[in-house]
Structures are given as C-alpha cells and as structure tokens.
Design a protein around this ligand. Structure first.
Ligand SMILES: Cc1cc2nc3c(=O)[nH]c(=O)nc-3n(C[C@H](O)[C@H](O)[C@H](O)COP(=O)(O)O)c2cc1C
Length: 326
C-alpha cells in the first residue's frame, strides 16, 4: 500500500558526547526519570498527540514516569516586554498558567515537544510559551541535566518552513540538549498511525530520551559532513558577513561541493560544548540587564524623539473602538 504522505527524520542527532554529557546517574529504585510530553495541537488524538503518546509509552516501558500536557489547555498570555524579570529579577506579573507550565518543566528530566506545522512554523501556542522563557532563563540550576526531543507533524513535504529550528529554539534557549527529533507528514487527525515508520520513530524517541538521561553520556555520535549543526542539529543557516553559520547556535559552516551537491561542514574546532552555549545564554541575559541601565541613561533623549510620534494622531484600530451600533 502506498501512503499519501512522506516521512522525514531530520538527521537524527547523534551529536557530540561533550555536549550531551548529562550529569545524571542510572535511575535507582524510587528515583524514576520523569518524562513530560508537550502537545502543541488542539486536536485530541491528532497526529502530534498520538506520536507524543507513543513516545511517552515507550519511555514508560523503559521505567520512566510519564505525564502529558496539552499546551492548548493552558491560558498563556503574551510577554509584555517589560523586562522586569531580567532588569529587576522580579517575578512575572502576568497572571496566567506560565508558572504552572514552568513547574512542570522544572520537575521533568526529559521533555518531548510535539507540534503540528501551522503556516510554515510551530503552532502559535508553542511560540507563546517560548516568548515567556526570559523569566526562567536565569534559573539555570532548575534546567540542568535535562534532555529534550522533538516531534513535528506537517501536512505535506515542502511547507515545513521554520518548524524544526522553531521547535529547537525551545530547547536551545534553555540550554537543554536535543537527543532526537522527527518530522513527519499527514493530514487528518490520527492519520499518521497508518504510517508505521512514523510510529516506530516516535517509539524510538521515547526510548532514546530515557537512555540519554540514564547514561552519563547520551547515546550520541557526532555526525560529520551531515550538513546539520552539531549543536542544535538543524540546517537553519544564515549568511552573516559572507560567512554561513547556524542561525540558532552561530556555529560556522564551510560549504563544499561533493559529487555535485552542496555539503556543509561544521568544523570540530568550531564546535562548542553545550555548557558553553549555556554560558553564552547566561552572558546574553546578563548583557540584557545592562541594557536597562543603558536605556535609563538615554531615556530623556529617546523621550524627546518620541514626541514627534506622540503628537501625530493616527486612528488606532482595536475591537473596542468598533462602533457596534451602526
Ligand atoms: C491552521 C493550519 C495551518 C497549517 N499549516 C501547515 C503548513 O504550513 N505546512 C504543513 O506542512 N502543514 C500545515 N498544516 C497541516 C498540519 O500540520 C497537519 O494536518 C498536521 O498533521 C496536524 O497535526 P495534528 O493532527 O497534531 O493537529 C496546517 C494545518 C492547520 C490547521
């Protein structure tokens, strides 16, 4: 039987043992690994959910405690960009379910992030949550020793857009290594179940995530010449000042032509360890807090320049301004 969809397992992260050094010893009695499955689709038993469930079920078979969280069950509001969490180290004032989500994230050892592709990228709820990560970026001790995996489902190959780097950014920003990932295609809710390869891959993801957490060094191999970034395992490249580099990790890539095909080599010398990436993120956050002091010094001048925009009235469209009567 020919299935009306294709399947794609992006270069399965083998990764580099240094990056995947997770300081966790083999699970002992009474200390079960906790695996949290996040579902970014509203569809119950839709393609994302069944694959996340499959991964969780195999994690359970490996002896892990499992839990599933539908992101669409959460009330998550947009980040207001007030920066109080960074500048003042204060708790986020937004009242929603973000803290509940973070408590689940901190509790988990392994996180499986599942999302459908919605308009060339992750479902909006996934990005809404990622946008709230600034407030936990300073809590690196609560994020240490975790590992993640990605399950992405699209309708048809060719419209995946930024799904993989979008989902990888969830883990990369938190300094959590990605131990495996998959991107598969199917339209109808649960239709992916007809594709045994996809189900088997999801099962493998659950297994590998537990194995990665059980072993001090996750089952990973550095894939040379695989044209994916050795850190985030994506082929999401940007051209910066004439040099190709990973858009998430800034690892430089050398393009080579082999057998008429473009191959990207990520030199081992450019390879950074996961801890270094985490340090970089921490440094970035620290720099962010400095931007607060810098801003305050420049505020008078900025306010002066804002006057021009304040004084020019532009009709603002918002639902409250709609004349409901006529
Ligand atoms: C609003 C919306 C936008 C979509 N956009 C894309 C897209 O850009 N690319 C793609 O491959 N599939 C797209 N799809 C198809 C879904 O990714 C696909 O049906 C997937 O299997 C849904 O997973 P689910 O059953 O877990 O919700 C879209 C579906 C919806 C509802």
């Amino acid at each position: 039987m020919i299935f009306p969809f294709e399947i794609f397992f992006p270069n399965t992260p083998g990764g580099n043992a240094n990056f995947y050094k997770i300081n966790r010893s083999v699970v002992s009695d009474g200390d079960y690994l906790k695996i949290l499955g996040l579902v970014g689709s509203y569809r119950k038993l839709g393609n994302t959910e069944v694959l996340v469930r499959e991964a969780l079920m195999s994690a359970k078979e490996m002896g892990a405690e499992i839990e599933m969280l539908r992101l669409t069950d959460l009330n998550i509001k947009p980040c207001k960009g007030c920066m109080a969490c960074v500048f003042k180290n204060s708790d986020c004032k937004i009242e929603d379910d973000a803290n509940f989500f973070f408590s689940k994230l901190f509790e988990a050892d392994g996180i499986i992030l599942g999302s459908p592709i919605y308009i060339f990228g992750p479902a909006g709820i996934v990005k809404m949550i990622i946008d709230r990560f600034l407030q936990i970026s300073t809590k690196s001790q609560k994020l240490a020793n975790k590992a993640g995996a990605i399950i992405a489902v699209g309708g048809a190959p060719g419209a995946e857009g930024t799904i993989m780097p979008g989902l990888a950014s969830f883990f990369m920003f938190l300094g959590i290594p990605i131990v495996d990932q998959m991107l598969v295609y199917s339209h109808g809710p649960g239709e992916i179940l007809l594709h045994e390869d996809a189900v088997e891959k999801a099962n493998q993801i659950g297994r590998e995530l537990v194995e990665a957490l059980q072993n001090d060094q996750a089952k990973t191999k550095y894939i040379e010449n695989s044209s994916v970034c050795p850190i985030c395992h994506q082929n999401f490249l940007v051209l910066r000042n004439g040099v190709l580099e990973c858009g998430l990790c800034h690892i430089k890539a050398s393009p080579k032509i082999k057998n008429g095909k473009l191959i990207l080599e990520f030199g081992k010398t450019m390879l950074k360890k996961g801890e270094e990436i985490q340090e970089e993120i921490a440094e970035h956050i620290e720099n962010l807090s400095e931007t607060g002091a810098k801003y305050l010094k420049l505020k008078d001048e900025i306010d002066k320049r804002k006057e021009k925009y304040k004084n020019f009235t532009i009709k603002e469209a918002n639902p409250q301004s709609v004349d409901k009567g006529n």
